[in-house]
Design a protein around this ligand. Structure first.
Ligand SMILES: C[S@@+](CC[C@H](N)C(=O)[O-])C[C@H]1O[C@@H](n2cnc3c(N)ncnc32)[C@H](O)[C@@H]1O
Length: 305
């Protein structure tokens, strides 16, 4: 077993090796590999740079333990962004890397983060940053009806209903195939049980549409398969009113940036949907807090021209 001194020696060897690569002989190799990978990192073009450097380490120095590699890579990237002044920002590529890494950390720490998030004691499977964005959207749009597919424990419906109460208008209709016990009771929430795209459920939702054409907002948060989201988009996109929002939840899966082993999901359904309609645009400003489960998932319906 290696002692502390041995570990320090190994680490300093790794750091020296990184400096060597970047500073001299292997710089060309590194840069060539970074160039192949299509993004900009402090003047070089790179994608998933940390992963790339780790790959190079593992290939060239297979005797190193992965923990040591991680420590060395973390040290290397840590030094790239250590702001001392308020407005000191990393390069765009490094910013993207930091954001993605934090999104992964947040997502995979679910037992501490999104599986342990409550609104007034009720489970809500969202990030607080997305919930705050919901608050801003509800306040701006002033929806008469919010339709949510995927109720689960009812935490998100409860949050939305309380927002409606605060602004003094709007109701929430929330749909789930399952009827979870102890869902919150609220004057502004109506629960429907069934599949979100079943004709009977759609008929029930249509009965609740505001007669005066008031704003309707939709949140898709049920079965996250691309097929189901595509079917929901087809039905519910017509119900959203101009200048209001259709929010597709969990576009972050399938490698955007979490769960890269899943092949297709909400993000792919959104891309296919937007390739055949110009009625909606992705509102990137809703990703301003950098932590979101819905990248490219905040869709704003264009105003009628
Ligand atoms: C991610 S959870 C919803 C989380 C909830 N909106 C929140 O933020 O706390 C997804 C829910 O969708 C439901 N579901 C799955 N397939 C469905 C479908 N086809 N129609 C309606 N609900 C469905 C599941 O039973 C599950 O409770």
């Amino acid at each position: 077993m290696m002692n502390k001194e041995g570990n320090m020696n190994t680490l300093s060897k790794i750091n020296k090796q990184i400096r060597n690569w970047i500073g001299s002989i292997n710089f060309r190799l590194l840069k060539a590999q970074l160039l192949d990978n299509d993004l900009d990192i402090d003047g070089m073009r790179a994608r998933r740079s940390a992963q790339l450097i780790k790959d190079i380490f593992e290939r060239d120095l297979p005797w190193m333990k992965s923990e040591e590699i991680r420590t060395a890579v973390a040290g290397y990237f840590g030094n790239l962004y250590e702001a001392t002044k308020e407005h000191e920002m990393p390069s765009d590529a490094l910013k993207k890397t930091i954001i993605e890494q934090f999104q992964r950390l947040y997502y995979y720490s679910s037992q501490q983060t999104w599986r342990e998030t409550y609104y007034r004691g009720c489970h809500v499977y969202k990030s607080p940053t997305d919930l705050w964005i919901y608050q801003e959207i509800v306040n701006e749009v002033g929806p008469s009806l919010i339709i949510e597919s995927g109720t689960n424990r009812g935490g998100s419906a409860y949050f939305l209903a309380d927002l409606c109460e605060t602004i003094g208008k709007g109701k929430v209709v929330t749909i789930d195939v399952e009827e979870f016990p102890d869902r919150p009771i609220h004057d502004r929430i109506k629960y429907l049980v069934g599949r979100s795209v079943d004709s009977e459920v759609i008929r029930e939702v249509e009965k609740l549409l505001p007669l005066d054409g008031g704003p309707v907002m939709v949140i898709l948060d049920s079965d996250h398969s691309a097929e189901n989201v595509a079917a929901e988009l087809e039905v519910y996109s017509n119900i959203v009113t101009p200048n209001s929002y259709l929010i597709v939840e969990d576009t972050n899966i399938c490698g955007n940036p979490v769960m890269p082993n899943l092949v297709s999901g909400p993000m792919e359904a959104v891309a296919a949907f937007l390739s055949v309609t110009s009625d909606f645009v992705i509102d990137k400003s809703r990703e301003k807090f950098m932590l979101t489960f819905n990248p490219s998932g905040y869709l704003r319906k264009c105003s009628l021209s």
